[in-house]
Design a protein around this ligand. Sequence first.
Ligand code: COA
Length: 153
Amino acid sequence: MNIHIERPYVRRMDLADLPEALALDTECLPRPWSVGVWREELRSPHSMYFAIEEEGRIVAQIGLKFILDEAHVMTIAVYPSHRRRGYARALIQAALDAAPQARAVHLEVRPSNTAARALYESLGFDVTAQRPGYYGDEDALLMTLNLRAARRP
Ligand SMILES: CC(C)(COP(=O)(O)OP(=O)(O)OC[C@H]1O[C@@H](n2cnc3c(N)ncnc32)[C@H](O)[C@@H]1OP(=O)(O)O)[C@@H](O)C(=O)NCCC(=O)NCCS
């Protein structure tokens, strides 16, 4: 028996997505960004934001910032009702496919965020540093994916 799992359709986000981006961020993250930060991010020429929609509503989103040949995951969130369907993994893969110039991707994660850490580890990210007090109430782990190695045929 062949089992075929379709990748969800991932699209770029723009300023028109601001209300939905804010709503998803507010439900999923302990320190959601302000509307001003979201507006700047969605407009920034140095950032790329991607979403997965279902029934006309954004259910998962990711944002990356690019500096020379490095990418930084700024935010990633999936509504609780849509988790464990591979959406976060699909978003990361789509974002990196859209940025072939990137040689490494970094992100910060709370040590207590076991779901996010498991996601990043499953994609090959390693812990490369600790940022004391980064979140105020918790340190951050810096995790890095070496894309030179990951993309090697
Ligand atoms: C972290 C988060 C983005 C993961 O989204 P998701 O769409 O559920 O993740 P995926 O379905 O793509 O998971 C891919 C892999 O990550 C790992 N993973 C994801 N969630 C996990 C969990 N709760 N427990 C253990 N492993 C998990 C698994 O290896 C999973 O593969 P599998 O389902 O085949 O076992 C989501 O839980 C979320 O929005 N959390 C709140 C916001 C947040 O913490 N963002 C990260 C800030 S650094």
